[in-house]
Design a protein around this ligand. Sequence first.
Ligand code: NAD
Length: 299
Amino acid sequence: MTLLDGKYIASQIRNELREQVAAIVASGRRAPKLGIVIVGHNPASETYVANKLKACADVGINAEKIAFEDTITEADLLREVAKLNADNSIDGYIVQLPLPAHINEQTILSAIDYRKDVDGLTPENVGRTVQGLPSIVSATPRGISELLSRYHIPTEGKHVVVIGRSNIVGKPMAMLLMQRPYLSLPKLSAAAVGNATVTICHSKTTDLKSICLTADIIIVAAGCPGLLTADMVREGVTVIDVGITRVEDANAPKGYRLVGDVDFASVAPKCAFITPVPGGVGPMTIVSLLQNTLQAYLQ
Ligand code: NAD
């Protein structure tokens, strides 16, 4: 069994990005710039935003936090989105989710210029990915593609089971896997994921176990700790655990620990490859946002 070390691969990619950005700046051009819109004071969102700002600084990408009070109206936030679309100093931006209940997330996301949509969540980017056109791909599926690719795990002709059908993970992941490779992801990515036979499972799927037992690769993004157990996987499978759930743990320094969707202790011995949680998909997601920002800058 080989652990897929997302922390290590992400640090390799950060080194590559740092060199690419340094070369851009050395040639006399300005560095890429990411905007991060945050509405309100959700503590988890504040932490994610702080991590993204830090990650940008680490590779030389400029980043600006654009904060609004949670009293902002949907109409005013749409006006701010329009300003960002028109701002030539910002190459890409994200709107940190969730937004307050009085703002329709889809309305806001749909207003983002798809060329600046470095979260890959606009209908344009999703549609372009579906059609195999160059697009900005949502960070987590992009990161998983990089991880599989850099560990030389082929997907061609393989049966990949994706558990979860969210817009940010399950759906775009399944789309990338079933396509011909290289159509959506740009050349700057080493990812060569595609040509797989994909089954998408979700909360209404009956007999998840039988389906998983036919999988060569299982990607689980359900947010259900311990969902995938040893009796559901065959020997030699590759397992990508996207799930992150906080579980109270009085012995942990922060009072909680992070667990994935896989019963790691029982599943790992049967795997050819498996991601740990934490240290697997999580670090890849952040570095993918940086790659997407550079992609938006270069296009
Ligand atoms: P979500 O929470 O929007 O939806 C969960 C999906 O799982 C749904 O499509 C649902 O149908 C499916 N599901 C739920 N229970 C199931 C079950 N028992 N059997 C089969 N399918 C089931 O999904 P999301 O936003 O993609 O998040 C999923 C998990 O991944 C969460 O734990 C989230 O925190 C984590 N996540 C991690 C990263 C990362 O960088 N590691 C990024 C995004 C999300």
